[in-house]
Design a protein around this ligand. Structure first.
Ligand SMILES: *Cc1c(COP(=O)(O)O)cnc(C)c1O
Length: 399
């Protein structure tokens, strides 16, 4: 089956049966305006030139591909390659879609960009781009998370965004989402809610995917140049699904390439403490769209868990749901222990400290490489750097 025609959702924003706009009609009209503006502007030269220039001169694209020779030797099988999104300005892939979204918001004449943040990664990337592009930025964050994630909180303060501390409910991400959304509803025509992954109502899953697909486009070309052939396996961690779909998109039509999404198995798939949405979830709706999700019998989102806060989400992008059903992408999972082992292994064999999110993909590559032959290869997306996770790992391992 050819997939080139598939990546566009239908007019109502459905990827197969997933996605859409499960929102109030008033909001639907605002989302449709965003979709229209995006589809128009993304065809124009000036927009693509501006975004392309920022990718190159601000983010530092293209990010390199690195052959992890010592990690490969340690595992004794397929060659392991890393797409180094950790080397981007701000240290992860999130800057790619934040730039696209804020450029669009400005083009549409919006006056304020709004978002929630959990660990602060999305908040920092967004505040960075809003400083650069000179637009008001308001980030909602739970009081508990503000205490836990102080380095990111300081960055957001220095970058000049309005950081709103959310003290209702559990004072964490879920309440930050509610609080930011309430603020957004006060003036959705003039405000822009910048969603941080390929989730939420149409057009965000399509738009964020398009802003991330540069990762896979670069990687495919770079890999062909370095190795003279395509990788046998391409893999990435899946939270909401943006860094993974960004890498996967360029390889969907390459039938010889196995594509694998790696979810967080947390403390085990048979416990309640994981966030393996595609592995264990059921079809339902969450945050304005239809997808697989982890929910209770009444359809409410379950509290999910991952050692990597960026993967800790009970839904997943609609295109991933479709790719799973079609069988084009396999979804598997890695637990906390394997993730920490991979975090240390990559640090000590290659001198690269990965984000705990990305370490899930590293762990998968380590397990899979052993089962493959030496002339085969695995390419993974190293979605971010691990500075933010150092405190946690050092205290956990008593280093
Ligand atoms: C946020 C984050 C993720 C998870 O988000 P996706 O949308 O699934 O890519 C993964 N890696 C890093 C480094 C992150 O900051």
């Amino acid at each position: 089956m050819k997939f080139t025609s598939l990546p566009m959702p239908d007019e109502k924003g459905y990827f197969g049966e997933y996605g859409g706009q499960i929102i109030l009609p008033e909001l639907s009209s605002v989302m449709n305006e965003i979709a229209e503006a995006y589809l128009e502007i993304s065809q124009t030269k000036p927009f693509n030139k501006e975004l392309g220039d920022l990718y190159q001169h601000y983010v530092g694209r293209p990010s390199p591909i690195f052959y992890a020779k010592r990690l490969t030797a340690k595992m004794g099988g397929a060659k392991i390659f890393l797409k180094r999104e950790d080397l981007n300005h701000t240290g992860a892939h999130k800057i790619n879609h934040c730039l696209g979204e804020v450029l669009l918001a400005k083009h549409m004449g919006k006056t304020k960009v709004l978002a929630e943040t959990g660990a602060g990664q999305h908040g920092v990337a967004l505040a960075t781009v809003c400083a650069l592009l000179d637009i008001d930025c308001e980030i909602h964050m739970g009081e508990v998370d503000i205490k836990k994630e102080y380095p990111n909180v300081m960055k957001m303060k220095v970058l000049g965004c309005n950081l709103v501390s959310v003290s209702r409910g559990t004072k964490t991400l879920k309440d930050a989402v509610d609080s930011a959304f309430e603020e957004y509803l006060k003036d959705p025509v003039n405000y822009f809610y910048a969603i941080g992954s390929v989730v939420g109502p149409h057009p965000f899953p399509m738009m964020v995917r398009d802003f991330q697909k540069v990762v896979g486009e670069e990687a495919r070309q770079q890999f062909l140049y370095i190795q003279g052939k395509l990788p046998d396996v391409v893999a990435a961690c899946v939270g909401g699904g943006s860094n993974s779909i960004g890498l996967f998109t360029a390889f969907l039509d390459d039938e010889s390439v196995r594509i694998v999404g790696v979810e967080p198995a947390g403390k085990g798939l048979d416990t309640d403490e994981h966030a393996a949405t595609l592995t264990k979830g059921r079809k339902g709706s969450i945050h304005g769209y239809k997808c697989y999700n982890l929910q209770d019998d009444e359809g409410n989102p379950l509290p999910v868990y991952s050692i990597a806060s960026g993967l800790d989400y009970p839904g997943v992008g609609p295109q991933h749901c479709m790719l799973k059903d079609l069988g084009r992408v396999e979804y598997t999972s890695i637990d906390d222990d394997a993730c920490i082992d991979a975090f240390m292994a990559l640090s000590r064999t290659e001198g690269i400290i990965p984000a705990l999110e990305s370490a899930h993909a590293v762990a998968y590559a380590m397990q899979e490489a052993k089962k493959m032959s030496r002339d085969e290869s695995i390419l993974i997306n190293l979605s971010g750097r691990g500075d933010k996770d150092l405190d946690f790992v050092v205290s956990k391992l008593n280093l």
